[in-house]
Design a protein around this ligand. Structure first.
Ligand code: AMP
Ligand code: MG
Length: 291
């Protein structure tokens, strides 16, 4: 904006700033409090920046939707994958960032522990069933990555099973991209300390009890094992076709702005256009005037 650039990275697209580099991943080195690319001062002006973004995001989403209506067979689809530890803010992102667009254009799915029916199928079965329709923005609140995260940490299947899933996921995602899906995989990176503060907040406020799950503390006790599983998923599934973005999430205002901006950049880069009329505009103008 008008302010002077703070560093050489200022002005670079967020998709570059938050893109996980190829190679070994060390979770401890990923700063959860950072605010890369944020154009304003901080928390105080985040609502204004995020709202401004909302208007542009909304126009782009409408164009995507219109394209899906006009030509479903060739219409691009967007799939945002949200992963992160408990309290990292998957729900907050859905409310504050995805909530900026028309809910009619959003296909939202929250993945819980698989149901009895789901357990009868391959783990990607329920994922395929939840893919966004043409012109829609699909949101996965948790995803197929749980099948190499909680499943790995809790040994829900043996290692020789989960260890083959990284390649399988890469193949699956490459197939989606080849079919015209645009994937935006976001890892909401919350620190161990901030998670504790957020859990404590939930217990200090009766209106937040519903968000508290005693099981979250058990998962917290396995933090190192989860970080190891996250590092493996990020490292092994960080492909050209479907790269990972790591969103610093200790500051909620940054996290929400960042996912909204990442989505805006994604849509803006898709070469979307308003569909042409499939009727004679001049003729229809006359008909309306005469009606
Ligand atoms: P929440 O997102 O807080 O509603 O919690 C959903 C729960 O479902 C989390 O504890 C996840 O670990 C769990 N979950 C999601 N997917 C799977 C999966 N494929 N296998 C086992 N547990 C899962
Ligand atoms: Mg939870």
């Amino acid at each position: 904006m008008g302010s002077k650039k703070k560093d050489s990275a200022a002005g670079a697209p967020l998709s570059e700033l938050l893109r996980l580099p190829h190679g070994a991943v060390d979770m401890a080195s990923l700063d959860a409090r950072a605010t890369p690319g944020y154009p304003g001062k901080g928390k105080e002006d985040a609502p204004v920046h995020t709202a401004g973004l909302g208007r542009r995001l909304s126009d782009l989403q409408e164009m995507l939707y219109a394209g899906g209506r006009a030509a479903p067979e060739v219409s691009p689809r967007v799939l945002v994958v949200l992963q992160g530890m408990d309290t990292s803010g998957k729900g907050g992102v859905i409310r504050h960032a995805i909530g900026l667009v028309d809910p009619q254009g959003v296909d939202l799915t929250s993945f819980k522990a698989p149901s009895e029916e789901e357990r009868k199928h391959h783990y990607l079965w329920r994922i395929r069933n939840a893919l966004p329709r043409p012109g829609q923005i699909g949101i996965f609140d948790r995803s197929h990555y749980e099948d190499v995260l909680v499943v790995r940490v809790e040994s829900l299947v043996p290692e020789d099973v989960w260890s083959t899933r990284y390649d399988e996921i890469n193949e699956f995602e490459a197939g989606l991209v080849a079919e015209g899906y645009k994937l935006v995989k976001c890892m909401l990176n919350v620190s161990f300390g901030e998670q504790k503060a957020r859990l404590a907040e939930r217990l200090a406020d009766p209106t937040k009890y519903w968000k508290y799950n005693p099981g979250d503390v058990d998962a917290r006790k396995k933090w190192p094992a989860y970080m190891e599983a996250y590092a493996a998923a990020l490292e092994k599934c960080n492909t050209e076709a479907a790269p990972w973005f790591v969103i610093p999430s200790d500051r909620k205002w940054y996290r929400n702005w960042a996912v909204a901006e990442l989505l805006r950049e994604t849509l803006a880069g898709m070469g979307l256009a308003w569909p042409a009329a499939d009727f004679d505009v001049a003729v229809e103008k006359k008909r309306v005037a005469q009606s």
